[in-house]
Design a protein around this ligand. Structure first.
Ligand code: GDP
Ligand code: IMO
Ligand code: MG
Length: 439
């Protein structure tokens, strides 16, 4: 029998609309668990016109009967977390008793941000265009086995010693390399000890909670952050984030076994976007890119940076389907294309005269890609009020069918606007979810 769980992840470079989709689907799940990244994520949910931007907290909290977990694969900035739950409270969402943070997650501290800022801005260094949240340096410490974990927030002595030792090391390094002013460990300890007191009630062995939920026959949704092409292993390295955004990350990042995964749902825009530096083979340099940016409101939810826009990239989508084992696709932002008479789509890559659909491992290969484009007919009519696949314009249906055939996964859902109900759920997908994910 299929496990009652689903991973929802980004199939592209992040910001595919995962937040909206997790929110729509979470009504059918008992628990929603985040498995990677930190407050570099920005997941926007709009419910009857009311806007929520979630960064660390899983979107499941917006449904009062859904429990939420921040898994061990996440890096947690205590101050960002407290700010976020306070903001949610102001919006009428009280997460107490509903939200649990893994005791094994790692903590982001101010020196992580300090190191990242200094390194990103240092002359001669390759700029990644990060979100400046200290994500990369926190994962570096985790892998180096010198990180502070959430469980350590419960032990003031361990925390104090860790902060003092780490500040000594990091201050020495950044002063020597970048001439940055040192951070004060005493002040840092005081602030973080106060924050730890507020965080303590949320801390739990979340792997146990999730595995118990599975034993009790409950359903779990794993909420991805970032996207496949930002994955540390499978993305456009080094222009990636520092965690496993792909499906495998859900297992490692929450502590359930691979046999507990029921299905994988990839969220893809009907085109592509990317924030920050790095290759984007189908990037649009004409005014049509600006048109998509304006119609799609393509500005970063976290940093406000304009997102770079490109045409749908099918070789990339196939790669993403393969890496993640994606069974279902959710296509978002179809409505953004309503204004176009013709829609170019990338079907293959021309790399130095060779036609291929494989994704080069090296940045030079990625940068050499000339996309082979085919032009699809646009539909030039609004789709935001359509609620069935049959109700979509013929050209939109053709566009989606082409995407589906080429991607290697089945389309389960289509999003035609940011609001919760601007969604088309296809019957086969709905039936699969109903069979699998009853509460
Ligand atoms: P995430 O990081 O994957 O959760 O995506 P973001 O929230 O960062 O970015 C997606 C943006 O698109 C948000 O502003 C959403 O409100 C918006 N959005 C989501 N789905 C749709 C859609 O189908 N149409 C339109 N026009 N906007 C959408
Ligand atoms: P969601 O979950 C889009 C990008 C940054 C940068 C690179 C590395 O909202 O889809 P980092 O701060 O993680 O070290 O930055 O990754 N990036 C995202 N882009 N959506 C995100 O999250 C992102 N999280 C990180 O812009 O290029
Ligand atoms: Mg986002």
């Amino acid at each position: 029998m299929r496990a009652k769980t689903a991973i929802v992840l980004g199939a592209q470079w992040g910001d595919e609309g995962k937040g909206k989709i997790v929110d729509v689907l979470s009504g059918r799940f008992s628990v929603v668990a985040r498995y990677a990244g930190g407050h570099n994520a920005g997941h926007t949910v709009i419910i009857s016109g009311k806007k929520f931007v979630l960064q660390l907290v899983p979107c499941g909290v917006l449904r009062p009967d859904c429990r939420a977990v921040i898994g061990n694969g996440v890096v947690l900035d205590p101050m960002a977390f407290l700010k976020e739950i306070d903001r949610l409270k102001d919006l009428g969402v009280d997460v107490a008793g509903q939200l649990f943070i893994s005791d094994r997650a790692h903590v982001i501290l101010p020196y992580h941000r300090m190191i990242e800022l200094a390194a990103e801005n240092a002359p001669g260094r390759m700029k990644i265009g990060t979100t400046s949240r200290g994500i990369g340096p926190a994962y570096e410490d985790k892998m180096k086995r010198s990180g502070l974990r959430v469980v350590d927030l419960l032990n003031p002595e361990i925390m104090r010693t860790h902060i003092h030792n780490a500040c000594h090391e990091k201050n020495t390094i950044v002063r020597a390399l970048f001439g940055t002013d040192p951070l004060d460990p005493n002040k840092m300890y005081e602030e973080y000890a106060r924050a730890a007191e507020r965080i303590a009630p949320f801390i739990a062995d979340t792997s146990r909670i999730l595995n118990q939920a599975l034993r009790d026959g409950q359903s779990i949704m794993f909420e991805g952050a970032q996207g496949t092409m930002l994955d540390i292993d499978h993305g456009t390295y080094p222009f990636v984030t520092s965690s496993s955004a792909t499906a495998g990350g859900a297992v490692i990042g929450t502590g359930v076994g691979p046999t507990a995964i029921g299905t994988v749902i990839g969220v893809t825009k009907a085109y592509v976007t990317r924030v920050g530096e790095g290759p984007l083979p189908t990037e649009i340099h004409s005014e049509q890119g600006e048109l998509l940016r304006i119609r799609g409101q393509e500005y970063g939810a976290v940093t406000g940076r304009p997102r770079r826009c490109g045409w749908l990239d099918l070789p990339l989508l196939r790669y993403s389907t393969e890496i993640n084992g994606t069974e279902w696709l959710v296509v978002t932002k179809l409505d953004v294309l309503d204004a176009l008479k013709e829609i170019p789509v990338c079907t293959a890559y021309n790399i130095n005269g060779k036609i291929t659909d494989s994704i080069p491992a090296d940045v030079r290969g990625l940068e050499a890609i000339q996309p082979v484009l085919t032009t699809m007919k646009g539909w030039s009519e609004p789709t935001e009020n359509v609620r069935t696949f049959e109700g979509l314009p013929a050209a939109a249906k053709d566009y989606l069918k082409f995407l589906e055939t080429e991607s290697g996964a089945k389309i389960g859902m289509i999003s035609i606007g940011p609001d919760r109900d601007q969604t088309i759920l296809l019957p086969e997908f709905a039936a699969t979810l109903d069979a699998m994910a009853q509460k």
